[in-house]
Write a protein that binds this ligand. Structure first.
Ligand code: C5P
Length: 251
């Protein structure tokens, strides 16, 4: 069961449960969350999706929300220096994450197809820039927490275990050397027929890492209680085995 629709009532500043653990309403049973954080190219997206499928839990790709916002900002010509405008935009966009019968994922922004645009480096870089703005992060908080629904949630991102779901039952931090992550991205783009340069990709990976790790708010970092897995020498199947083994110990 993979649920990627935008849950009802996006908005912000409306969460009456701020004093309760993230996403939990008074009297409700705790819905378990497993967080998978890490830098780009660590394989966390693939691993998280597989984990959600295996456990039959919902799935949140938080990076896609930042990318959607980047895409919408470009469309509405809201620049990065307009923090209030970007935060307001986050409260009104509608994202739909659909899956075709063949398993292909499609993403709509206010009804418009943006699947391919969302995956471009330009969109990822822009997303990483607006992700450094505190009001933008705050505006996306409730939207992310509304994905927490029974029987459980796998949340993929940068600050899932530290900020969004600090009470997660298991926190995984996936990482790999920048060189290895750049090589993976290079292979992926090559297989799509793109003309790319490994050196350029490595530079972009390092730049994005720096921006994500150095930002003042919710920087990319493992939670204190996270299990850190360096998968530089592991393929996706190997990584999934390690993560599944951890998950099975607690659910
Ligand atoms: O994971 P993905 O590459 O799609 O994320 C795009 C950008 O969004 C990241 O580089 C990061 O700066 C930002 N992001 C974030 N916090 C998250 C998820 C993504 O800051 N939880």
């Amino acid at each position: 069961m993979i649920s990627r629709e935008k849950p009802d009532v996006p908005g912000h500043g409306q969460d009456a449960n701020r004093t309760l653990p993230a996403g939990r309403r008074k009297g409700e049973a705790v819905v378990p969350v497993i967080t998978v954080d890490g830098p780009s190219g660590s394989g966390k997206g693939t691993v998280s999706r597989c984990l959600a499928d295996k456990l039959g839990w919902h799935f949140l790709d938080s990076g896609a929300l930042y990318r959607l916002l980047a895409c919408a900002a470009l469309r509405e010509r809201i620049t990065l220096d307009d923090e209030a405008g970007l935060a307001a935009l986050a409260g009104r966009i509608q994202g739909a994450f659909l899956q075709s019968s063949s398993g292909q994922e499609r993403v709509l922004l206010d009804g418009e197809e943006v699947t391919l645009t969302l995956r471009t480096e330009a969109c990822g870089n822009r997303a990483s820039k607006l992700a450094a703005l505190p009001r933008v992060r705050d505006a996306l908080l409730d939207w992310q927490r509304r994905y927490r629904k029974p029987p459980g949630l796998i949340a993929d991102g940068r600050d899932m275990g530290t900020v969004v779901f600090p009470d997660a039952v298991l926190k995984i931090f996936l990482t790999a050397d920048p060189e290895e992550r750049a090589q993976r991205r290079y292979n992926q783009l090559k297989s799509l027929g793109k003309n790319v340069n490994l050196g350029d990709i490595l530079e972009e990976v390092k730049q994005r890492d720096r921006r994500d790790r150095m930002r003042v708010i919710a920087p990319l970092a493992p939670a204190e209680d996270a299990v850190i897995i360096d998968n530089s020498d592991l393929d996706i199947d190997g990584t999934l085995r390690v993560v599944l083994d951890r998950a099975r110990r607690i659910v």
